[in-house]
Design a binder for this molecule. Structure first.
Ligand SMILES: [Mn+2]
Length: 342
């Protein structure tokens, strides 16, 4: 089912796929601002929102006094840290900023209801592609849930403004669209995303994008590979490895994806302990298999479990696991739990 849009331009609200042109939207957006405005853009930092914030900063350059980009979350993914560093994106933690001193607030790739720390803020403009939520308002709204990325919408704004993006901005937009559409494999991807992507493709530095994509491991995390290679056990086309305590469960995903490259491993189960939880990452080829169903059937009784055909995840409080007093969780325990319904 196609999700409805929500657009509000100069007090006119449209809830269907509107006939507003990119130029209408741009002009409606520009009408919000005056020369001496101090503008704060609020995002939850990820590639799509970072690229969109850069685009809005560019749209507003020479039109307002200043533009600051604030984000509340800690950026932990190395891919995203690499993007911010390489593109020198000027962003600041939201809690360090005097939010009440700004004359205009813009929210991108998110809605005021998405986080408690957003709810106190009064936004002048909200531009997003998530499903529409109720209970808030803004002077300018452009929400298009059918779009794969806000970066795709931003390309339309830039083109309407006759602005050719710099290499850095185009690279960010390229990466934002690529990540949010999961390399164009996600169902939310549509023609408009393809058109925007094709446009920035010519300008973006794709070697830099490769660098963002590739940078996902800290040197200190290589030790977990050593553990994985020592631990990995296989039986009936399934590979199992318990890594033990990890700093972040992200490393388990990387190891599971790595083992999924190995011939004759139809299934990969990698577990590790993060905080008080056992995290299990499941991978399979998705051919006549369903990792999400397998995860639910096997692990849901101990905690949360679910996912898609090829990829699934379970997070299980350690106290729920069927372990004897003082018994450690090992690769064999993982095998035992995973095969007990077979
Ligand atoms: Mn997004």
């Amino acid at each position: 089912m196609k999700q409805k849009r929500l657009e509000k331009i100069a007090d006119v609200v449209t809830r269907s796929a509107s006939r507003n042109s990119a130029l209408n939207r741009l002009n409606g957006f520009y009408e919000l601002f005056e020369k001496d405005d101090e503008v704060l853009i609020v995002i939850t930092a990820d590639p799509d929102s970072l690229a969109s914030a850069m685009a809005v900063k560019r749209l507003l350059s020479y039109r307002v006094g200043s533009v600051t980009i604030g984000y509340p979350n800690e950026i932990r993914r190395l891919n995203n840290i690499t993007m911010v560093e390489r593109l020198k994106i000027p962003i600041e933690r939201l809690h360090t900023l005097p939010v009440n001193d700004y004359s205009k607030l813009i929210m991108l790739d998110s809605q005021p209801t998405h986080q408690p720390c957003f709810e106190k803020l009064k936004f002048d403009a909200v531009i997003d592609h998530h499903p529409i939520t109720a209970g808030w308002d803004a002077k300018f709204i452009d929400i298009r849930p059918e779009y794969g990325a806000v970066a795709s919408m931003m390309v339309e704004y830039l083109r309407a403004a006759n602005i050719t993006p710099s290499v850095a901005l185009a690279t960010a937009l390229y990466y934002g669209i690529k990540v949010d559409t999961q390399n164009f494999e996600k169902k939310n991807m549509q023609l408009a995303d393809g058109i925007s992507f094709r446009y920035v493709f010519n300008i973006a530095n794709r070697n830099l994008v490769r660098k963002f994509d590739l940078t996902e491991l800290r040197r200190s995390e290589l030790k977990y590979f050593k553990i994985a290679l020592n631990e990995v056990k296989s039986s009936k086309g399934r590979a199992y490895a318990h890594i033990g305590r990890v700093g972040t469960p992200d490393i388990l995903v990387i190891i599971a994806d790595f083992l999924n490259h190995v011939d004759k491993f139809d299934w990969v189960l990698v577990s590790g302990i993060s905080g008080e939880k056992l995290v299990v990452i499941l991978r399979c080829d998705g051919y006549r298999k369903n990792a999400g169903n397998f995860a639910r059937k096997t692990f849901a009784e101990y905690g949360s479990a679910g996912g898609h055909r090829e990829a699934a995840r379970a997070e299980l409080p350690m106290k729920n696991l069927p372990l004897r007093e003082g018994q450690d969780f090992t690769t064999s325990t993982l095998m035992r739990i995973a095969t007990r319904h077979m």
